[in-house]
Design a protein around this ligand. Structure first.
Ligand SMILES: Cc1cc2nc3c(=O)[nH]c(=O)nc-3n(C[C@H](O)[C@H](O)[C@H](O)COP(=O)(O)OP(=O)(O)OC[C@H]3O[C@@H](n4cnc5c(N)ncnc54)[C@H](O)[C@@H]3O)c2cc1C
Length: 453
């Protein structure tokens, strides 16, 4: 088929972070682009992930602010109360606004939006609600969905999708999982007044993070009254009267009003026609791609969570734009997944970039570690005991800073700047030569002079 015989130059399946970014960039270069969406334009980040979650996190932080206000001389007219239903309604209104904004942005870039699930028919054809569209290139950006373990009674639990839409706060909630979604929701529900138990299968929460990060965060979550049960192997959930009872192998049962599964996510590759047209999937069901986001079938590409590389919004966006640059702007651009900073919006926050100490020691023979733990000035007058932990991991042979890790107030905001420094290959000497901003917590990251033994 000659190029002009296709309906579109690019047809994108899935209008989440990656699909929207790639389609808009391609459209801006004059490509004829269509995008189909099976649920709502915006995808996980905007509608079921980063954005609604962060709005609820903002709401939960206010509990601390109210509590600390007295230490600064403020008095409130009475005990602060949270109208959860009003908060959820305000959040939903904001999501509607964002959905509209995304639709307008796509339209403004000349991208045709097609409502409905897309299924591949062949390497150049997608079917949506019985209509067939042809395209020179097809981009699959179908994202991922919560994974619910296969145990008896698992259907009694909810996932992050429903947790974001609860209209009342449960009195007791058990959250299964120890990853970032689990600890973020633990903070949200605990601040809203729920009794929270985290059931973690492994030895600690956030096990992919630096050891000092998960130790510091676990301590702070427990200080906030969150129960963390490790090595918890859930074997069943059952309803007993009003309550749900979570049974763990060889252990006590846990009673709750709501059980939430935060037990990982799986790529949305079922029912998209991928295997039928020969697109290779890995053993997790993710689409296998190379650094150019090419699948095993020429003309079919994939970016974002469906490829299960680094499942973060900015990564899906960057990879989508890189692909559009390569295909439609004669500007070959590869996905670059090195030095990607990340945050956990727990309470307190985690911010991290680069290698953990364990990773660094596996790759470099001589590693120096700088660590500090302190009570931020902000908490002194209110008498809050929460501590901040900061850590630098340095290659002694080259003096390069390999990792920066923080648990504490504003960690996400602080680490973003240090990610630039690491991307530029900053050395510890350059950190030392940087003058701090006083009085801040962030200044500690440029004033740690003595490595820990
Ligand atoms: C609770 C939660 C919190 C998160 N917090 C953060 C955070 O703080 N920071 C961060 O960077 N990342 C966060 N993430 C991850 C982030 O949301 C994802 O990495 C990001 O959304 C991936 O974008 P994507 O384009 O790959 O997929 P998605 O955004 O999931 O978009 C995929 C889209 O494809 C659609 N779709 C699926 N199949 C089809 C089909 N056959 N036809 C048509 N449409 C289809 C879906 O409906 C969806 O709209 C969070 C995720 C969750 C669940």
């Amino acid at each position: 088929m000659a190029k002009h015989s296709f309906d579109f130059d690019l047809f994108t399946i899935g209008a989440g972070s990656g699909g929207v970014a790639a389609s808009r960039r391609a459209g801006s270069y004059g490509a004829r682009v269509a995008i189909c969406e099976g649920v709502r334009v915006g995808g996980t980040c905007v509608l079921r992930g980063c954005v609604p979650k962060k709005l609820l996190v903002y709401a939960s932080h206010l509990r601390d602010e109210f509590a600390d206000a007295a230490g600064y001389g403020w008095s409130l007219p009475g005990p602060p109360t949270l109208d959860w239903a009003r908060l959820v309604a305000a959040k939903d209104a904001e999501l509607d606004r964002l959905n509209g904004a995304y639709l307008r942005l796509l339209g403004g870039s000349g991208v045709e939006v097609i409502e409905g699930r897309g299924v591949l028919v062949d390497p150049h054809t997608v079917e949506v609600r019985g209509r067939r569209f042809t395209a020179q290139r097809i981009l699959v950006c179908t994202g991922g969905s919560p994974h619910v373990p296969d145990v008896p009674g698992s259907e009694l639990g909810i996932t992050s999708d429903e947790a974001l839409a609860l209209t009342t706060i449960p009195r007791r909630i058990v959250i299964a999982g120890g990853g970032y979604i689990a600890v973020e929701f633990a903070g949200i529900f605990a601040s809203a007044g729920a009794e929270v138990t985290l059931l973690v299968r492994g030895y600690n929460i956030l096990r992919d993070f630096d050891d000092d990060v998960h130790a510091a965060l676990a301590e702070e979550l427990q200080r906030r009254g969150i129960t963390i049960a490790t090595h918890a192997d859930i074997e069943s959930v059952e309803r007993r009267g009003e309550a749900l009872v979570v049974g763990c192998r060889g252990e006590q049962d846990y009673e709750a009003d709501v059980v939430m599964w935060a037990t990982g996510r799986r790529p949305n590759t079922r029912g998209v026609g991928l295997e039928e047209v020969g697109v290779a999937l890995d053993d997790q069901g993710a689409i296998v791609v190379d650094d150019w986001s090419r699948t095993s079938v020429p003309g079919i590409f994939a970016v974002g969570d469906v490829t299960n590389r680094l499942n973060l919004t900015p990564v899906a966006i960057a990879d989508g734009r890189a692909l559009a640059e390569t295909l439609f702007n004669d500007n070959p651009t590869k996905s670059d997944h090195t030095g990607v900073p990340t945050a956990v919006f727990s309470q307190p926050q985690v911010g991290t970039v680069g290698l953990t100490e364990t990773q660094a020691r596996a790759l470099h023979p001589h590693v120096a570690v700088y660590r500090t733990s302190f009570r931020p000035m902000k908490f002194v007058l209110p008498g809050r005991q929460e501590r901040t932990m900061m850590k630098l991991v340095v290659d002694k042979d080259t003096d390069r800073v390999l990792g920066v890790h923080m648990v504490g107030v504003d960690a996400a905001e602080i680490i973003q700047g240090f990610a630039v420094a690491l991307k530029c290959g900053a050395t510890k000497k350059q950190f030392d030569a940087t003058v701090g901003i006083h009085p801040t917590s962030a200044e500690e990251l440029v004033t740690m002079h003595k490595p820990v033994e």
